[in-house]
Design a protein around this ligand. Structure first.
Ligand code: TRP
Length: 461
């Protein structure tokens, strides 16, 4: 006897949950530092174009597959194609969800650890970049510290997914997302009102075209993908709980706008502060955990704002991690008929176990390298550079070429009749982008991210 499948309680519930998936470490940790390293405003502009030409079209495609089939990624592809190959593409998404969460939750764990550091006022003990960086190294080198917060974060993720779509994910998103917006706006206002904030604004908003290279463009494309949680069926799975009364193009646009807004707000908050205290903006991945604590120790009210900042980062990570876990859980629930409760617990334990070598790669297993990567980097590389671009490519190809627009469009029109009639040009653009532009561009990102494109460039130069 099939139990009826869960659905979102409201349209806003779906938008907030999906925006929650999109808004994560990618927005607050990664976007500011890659924008910082790649010319600020000029990177931002290219990134916005990438969001529009591949992010939005693929996002619409993913949500549509989910809503039409009301299944997890594997079941969804199988239902539409009857082919094992396409079911395996869905399977790749489930594996990616499993793998990404195993390292994502480690960084999210640091964020919780840093809330405690902030509350204890520890940033004031390490008020210059070198000692702050050393303090960070000591923390991640401490096995109980890194494992404890990793486990704690996984438990938080598990509890929310365990509680179901409406009572778990939707409720958590409805509380946490507005809070995240408020906290980040407070942090942005703090940054903007510091003496010397304008240098930070210049840096983020004044284009430096000389810094734009083919590399930058590919980086922007790859990030557009990651930040919207595309390529592994997360948005597909969330879409599978969506009603046919709601408009997919409108929802997708709202998700994209919220995600972009948060990245820009976080970037503004961070760079105005970093410049105001006279620190370097291009610290790379260490910007958040090494540079920012120093910034807080020097800024008026820094104690208070440091706590708010790491709470925001944790919230953003948590609303993303639940979407990663939900992809895997929905597969076990739909296809293997597991109970949600069992699936959430068992899968979380396995994800934690898979993450242990990654967590230990910051200390005990420091020296172990596979193809030049430690465990953490390897998991990240396989997921972000191989599985996600391939998954995205297959999603675009599937919807545009395999499923076929004659069947796609009537499904997409459900809940969006007005949109289609009012914006015929936009719907034609969507069809063309998804069919030609997205697959080609995603394929280039894929070649680039596995290092092939550089080799090809070298042959020709
Ligand atoms: N989008 C999230 C971020 O910006 C990360 C994320 C969550 C993700 N779920 C995903 C990335 C699914 C790719 C696929 O931090």
């Amino acid at each position: 006897m099939q139990q009826s499948r869960e659905t979102w309680g409201s349209k806003a519930g779906f938008i907030l949950a999906a925006a929650g998936s999109a808004i994560g470490l990618g927005n607050i940790w990664k976007f500011p530092y890659i924008a910082g390293e790649n010319g600020g405003a000029s990177f931002v502009l290219i990134y916005l174009i990438c969001i529009a030409v591949i992010g939005l079209p693929v996002l619409i495609a993913e949500i549509l597959i989910g809503r039409t089939t009301q299944r997890n990624p594997v079941g969804a592809f199988y239902k539409l194609s009857n082919s094992k190959f396409w079911a395996a593409v869905g399977g790749m998404g489930v594996v990616a969800g499993f793998l990404i969460l195993s390292f994502y939750a480690i960084i999210a764990g640091w964020s919780i650890g840093y809330i405690i550091e902030a509350i204890n006022g520890n940033f004031f003990n390490f008020p210059e970049p070198a000692s702050s960086a050393e303090h960070f190294q000591n923390l991640v080198g401490n096995i109980p510290w890194i494992m404890g917060y990793f486990a704690f974060f996984m438990i938080l993720t598990m509890v929310i997914v365990f509680s179901g779509i409406q009572k778990g994910i939707e409720r958590a998103s409805k509380i946490m997302m507005p809070l995240l917006f408020i906290l980040l706006i407070i942090l942005m206002i703090r940054g903007l009102t510091l003496d010397g904030a304008s240098q930070g604004l210049d840096f983020l908003w004044n284009p430096d075209w000389s810094k734009i290279t083919a590399n930058t463009i590919l980086l922007a494309l790859g990030h557009a993908f990651f930040t919207l949680s595309l390529g592994m069926g997360a948005m597909l799975t969330y879409g599978s709980y969506m009603s046919e009364k709601d408009s997919i193009p409108v929802a997708a646009l709202q998700i994209v706008i919220l995600d972009t807004l948060i990245a820009l707000i976080a970037g503004t908050a961070i760079f105005t502060s970093v410049f105001a205290v006279g620190l370097a903006p291009d610290a790379g991945p260490g910007l958040i955990f090494q540079t920012l604590p120093v910034v807080f120790s020097k800024m008026p009210g820094g104690y208070f704002f440091s706590i708010l900042f790491f709470i925001s980062l944790t919230i953003a990570a948590l609303t993303s991690s639940i979407s990663l876990l939900e992809v895997v859980v929905s597969f076990f629930v739909d296809e293997l008929k597991w109970k949600r409760h069992t699936a959430a617990i068992v899968i979380s334990v396995f994800i934690f176990a898979l993450g242990v070598p990654s967590a230990l790669s910051f200390n005990l297993l420091n020296d172990i390298k596979i193809f030049g990567f430690d465990f953490f980097e390897l998991a990240d590389f396989i997921a972000s550079n191989i599985l996600l671009p391939l998954g995205g490519l297959f999603i675009a190809v599937f919807v545009a070429w395999i499923w076929g627009y004659d069947k796609v469009i009537p499904n997409l029109r459900k809940g969006a009749e007005n949109f289609f009639d009012n914006y015929p040009l936009l719907s034609s653009l969507w069809k063309i982008f998804l069919k030609y532009l997205s697959p080609v561009l995603i394929f280039l990102v894929f070649l680039y991210s596995i290092g092939l494109l550089e080799k090809i460039f070298n042959v020709f130069s």
